[in-house]
Design a protein around this ligand. Structure first.
Ligand code: ACO
Length: 323
């Protein structure tokens, strides 16, 4: 049985409210909160993507009751690692002393943690590895155009982690099913950061340095695909939607989440949210929310949880786990 045995999370100390943003740009709490549900976000000042990841990882390992040396695999999902090289996963490996683990990054934007979890589950199910650490971590604030009020107000920084283990105990469900999709033909609706060719024969200027988004197209994409992918994953798990106790969705926007709940015919209180306090933290949003549900005793043993991610690429997917 493949099971999440520990979770962790870390947010930067600096909390920035919508009113704080209204002091430095032409926006308001009313505009941001009524369209997105976001009231505040945490922004890195001293923190790094690696430092936040290490803090989250240590908590997850402690809860799982395993030592870093027991880890076989570390996958870090991020689009905002501190460096292009080395990878975030390798930096975490070095910091926590997980000498035996193979470590690599996986980049699928806001679907990153979900895709990393699914990837690790396949390794574990195949008997290749037994203990995996999955991280979703971002310092997106460095990738935002702080003169573009249409995007910069939406995002935050932070990290979440989960330890996934292959256990001999077959009595409880564990990891049940997953579904994931990509559509590169629609990638232009959410983009960030050209890496122009610069060599002795080509010198191109970067045109897109920061996150750019067609907000309404992203909204339509999310509310169209997420209900379908959740339904498909739940069916693949041999369950019905009413069997699901918690729908842990990527925290982009409360209106998206409310619309998904409505389209699935499920009560919105099955859809926990932390975006009010965190904003959208891309690959980190699902593990941070999962950790807060776990730490606050909101998830009981054997309950069924759907994790669902969606984001740039475009990418989207869902997984069904039994706690
Ligand atoms: N404060 C005040 N006014 C603003 C702000 C702001 N922060 N941002 C934009 N405006 C203004 C615009 O300038 C525009 O003014 P105008 O009518 O005078 O030209 C007006 O508000 C409307 O702007 P729109 O961009 O059309 O606003 P919209 O109603 O579409 O809301 C939003 C934008 C909230 C992003 C919406 O499109 C949405 O919810 N999209 C979903 C996408 C999403 O959540 N993306 C997150 C990242 S992607 C991901 O995680 C998968």
């Amino acid at each position: 049985m493949i099971k999440i045995c520990g979770t962790g999370s870390a947010l930067p100390k600096k909390r920035v409210t919508n009113d704080d943003l209204a002091q430095i740009m032409d926006t308001s709490d009313e505009w941001i909160s009524s369209r997105t549900g976001i009231r505040a976000r945490h922004l890195a000042v001293e923190e790094t993507t690696t430092g936040l990841s290490v803090a989250a990882a240590r908590q997850a390992l402690a809860e799982a009751g395993i030592q870093p040396e027991e880890l076989d695999l570390i996958i870090a999902a991020t689009l905002s690692a501190d460096h292009v090289l080395p990878t975030l996963a390798c930096e975490v490996q070095a910091a926590i002393g997980a000498a035996r683990a193979v470590a690599f990054d996986l980049h699928a934007a806001c679907s990153g943690f979900l895709f990393a979890l699914n990837t690790a589950a396949v390794y574990l199910r195949g008997g290749v590895y037994k203990n995996a650490l999955i991280i979703g971590a971002e310092t997106l604030s460095k990738m935002l155009d702080w003169t573009d009020r249409g995007t910069c107000v939406l995002f935050g920084d932070g990290a979440g982690a989960a330890v996934l283990r292959e256990l001999p105990d077959e009595t409880a469900g564990g990891f049940k099913a997953f579904v994931q999709y990509s559509d590169g033909t629609r990638g232009g609706v959410l983009s960030c950061g050209d890496r122009p060719l610069v060599n002795p024969y080509a010198t191109h200027e970067a045109e897109h340095r920061y996150v750019e988004m067609d907000g309404q197209a992203v909204y339509r994409f999310a509310v169209g695909t997420v209900p379908r992918v959740i339904t498909e994953a739940v069916e693949r798990a041999g369950l019905t939607l009413s069997d699901i106790d918690h729908f842990v969705l990527h925290q982009a926007n409360s209106r998206i989440i409310q619309s998904v709940a409505k389209r699935l015919g499920q009560p919105v209180d099955k859809f926990p949210m932390n975006l009010q306090e965190c904003g959208n933290i891309s690959a980190a949003s699902i593990p941070i929310l999962l950790d807060s549900l776990n730490k606050n005793g909101m998830i009981r043993k054997n309950e069924h949880i759907v994790l669902a991610g969606f984001g740039a690429g475009l990418t989207w997917g869902a997984a069904v786990i039994q706690w």
